[in-house]
Write a protein that binds this ligand. Structure first.
Ligand SMILES: [Zn+2]
Length: 112
């Protein structure tokens, strides 16, 4: 039984559709790339909108912690919610944000 099923698979393999030509492949990849770009733009816009709304709600509820990147000064916000991990790196300059940095920024802003 095992042998005959193996042979059957071999026959199906040999009946496979012809391979795409390089030109067809290039066109297909190009189209796919464009579709992906379009989709990622749409998704990025949606996420930006969601983050904006979420940020507003969190700020309204006083659940948003705002601090500045110790390296580039970019204003970063982080929801004060359990289970939400604070970013460890600045999304703008990529420098590491340590707890010490945050404590320092906090103490500086509290003094003002
Ligand atoms: Zn930074």
């Amino acid at each position: 039984m095992a042998l005959s099923s193996g042979e059957g698979r071999g026959i199906i393999m040999s009946q496979e559709k012809r391979k795409m030509t390089t030109k067809e492949l290039t066109t297909a990849v190009h189209n796919l790339g464009q579709a992906m770009n379009h989709m990622s733009t749409l998704v990025a816009n949606d996420i930006q909108q969601i983050m904006g709304v979420l940020g507003g709600v969190l700020q309204h509820m006083d659940l948003l912690e705002t601090f500045n990147c110790p390296s580039c000064g970019e204003e970063l916000s982080h929801p004060k919610l359990e289970g939400v991990v604070r970013p460890t790196h600045c999304p703008k300059c990529g420098s590491e944000i340590t707890d010490d940095d945050l404590e320092l920024v906090k103490s500086l802003t509290e003094e003002e």
